[in-house]
Design a protein around this ligand. Structure first.
Ligand code: CP3
Length: 346
């Protein structure tokens, strides 16, 4: 009989070194899988997939069944929070996410009170997942970091360097601070409800952290993260938090201490010396270049070996440095699992 105590991802999150390291992949449920595309076709759009527990449970489990990954991540999106705030969120095929760009006046009028009613199907998905997953598989909940979610709310769509949000923060600092604050409170409420529904640990995605200056990183990325982590610590002590500030580079040096997260997500551009230094303080997650999952073969093997050589001697959750892309070959995930699970300790 396996028990929840056998969840390897949870051991690493507690600071233990496990070798071979446990593995999951950001965006592991997605368009590179034919079974995902088939289930997606049954939904009435992407958000309907997120809010229909039967379908969301199914797509969350697909990569677990196929590859035996060590963690499942709730199938949803970071933009369900702006959707709960009635920002007219929609996902347009080939265009990515769209919503109504928010104004200063509209920030003042945002009403977070409908959050839990809106997310009820997401909580049901989490609850069913914990019951259906193998005991040894960790279930991760997640949300977007306030800065990253705010960049979409201000621009109304994805932008390469987040110029609309950076400009808005300069021109309307008070409204911008109010928006981050509201998002931090809602994100903490949302993660706590996911934990209560059965999530073992949570990840906060700050995908656009890499465009901020040092001072703005402290104000817009670290401070709201700290607020969320402090709430989880106070209200659900012992539940680990993974923080992923993509592109933050040298600013990650002090990220664990500054935010209070248990595990620091690393992308593939983080130098190995810095990565090891961060790992000396506790668990890290990452950091294979997702394009190696498209290239396959020798490029994939070399990338895997490099991550294991650099970080395999300490607490590591093996992952990509960002989401797996639709062009990846599912066979490469099988290859990755086999190579990691048969690896010799570095
Ligand atoms: O498997 C998992 O990792 C869980 C599901 C998950 C999705 N999005 C599903 C999804 C997670 C954790 C996310 C997080 C997310 N969403 C982030 C942070 C991580 C990152 O990639 O930086 C961001 C920035 C978003 C916003 C978002 N959602 C964008 C920019 C897009 C369009 C780009 C794209 O890849 O199509 C989405 C859509 C989306 N979210 C898809 C999936 C599987 C594809 C939509 C589809 O099936 O049509």
């Amino acid at each position: 009989m396996t028990k929840s105590g056998d969840r390897k991802v949870m051991k690493v999150l507690a600071g233990e070194t496990v070798f071979p390291p446990p593995v999951w992949l950001m965006r592991q449920a997605g368009r590179y899988l034919p079974e995902y595309r088939a289930t997606r076709a049954q939904a009435n759009g992407f958000l309907d997939l997120c809010y229909t527990p039967d379908l969301a449970v199914e797509v969350t489990l697909q990569p677990i069944r196929r590859f035996g990954l060590d963690a499942a991540i709730l199938f949803s999106d970071i933009l369900v929070i702006p959707d709960a705030l009635k920002r007219n969120v929609r996902f347009v095929e080939g265009t990515g996410p769209l919503m109504d760009p928010i104004s200063v006046e509209q920030i003042g009028a945002l009403d977070p009170s409908g959050l839990h009613d809106h997310m009820a199907p997401v909580y049901e998905t989490v609850h069913r997942l914990r019951a259906e997953l193998p005991e040894e598989t960790t279930l991760l909940g997640f949300c977007g970091a306030p800065w990253t979610v705010a960049t979409y709310m201000i621009a109304g769509h994805g932008t390469p360097e987040q110029a609309p949000a950076r400009l808005f923060a300069m021109e309307h600092p008070d409204a911008f601070a109010a928006l981050l604050d509201l998002l931090a409170t809602m994100s903490a409420d949302y993660l706590i409800a996911q934990i209560d529904a059965g999530a073992d640990a949570v990840q906060i995605f700050d995908s656009w952290a890499g465009v901020l200056s040092e001072r703005d990183f402290a104000k817009f990325s670290i401070a709201p993260m700290r607020k969320i982590v402090d709430r989880i610590r106070a209200e659900r002590p012992g539940v680990p938090v993974i923080g992923f500030a993509k592109g933050a580079g040298a600013l990650l040096e002090n990220y664990r201490e500054a935010t209070g997260v248990d595990c620091v997500g690393l992308d593939w551009t983080v130098p190995s010396k810095l990565a090891r230094q961060i790992q000396a303080g506790g668990a890290v997650q990452g950091n294979l270049d997702p394009l190696r999952m498209v290239a396959g073969g020798k490029a994939l093997d070399e990338g895997i070996d490099e991550v294991l050589e650099t970080l395999g001697n300490g607490p590591l959750i093996f992952n990509l440095g960002h989401g797996i892309t639709p062009q990846a070959d599912p066979e490469n995930v099988t290859r990755l699992m086999n190579r990691i699970r048969s690896a010799a300790k570095p």
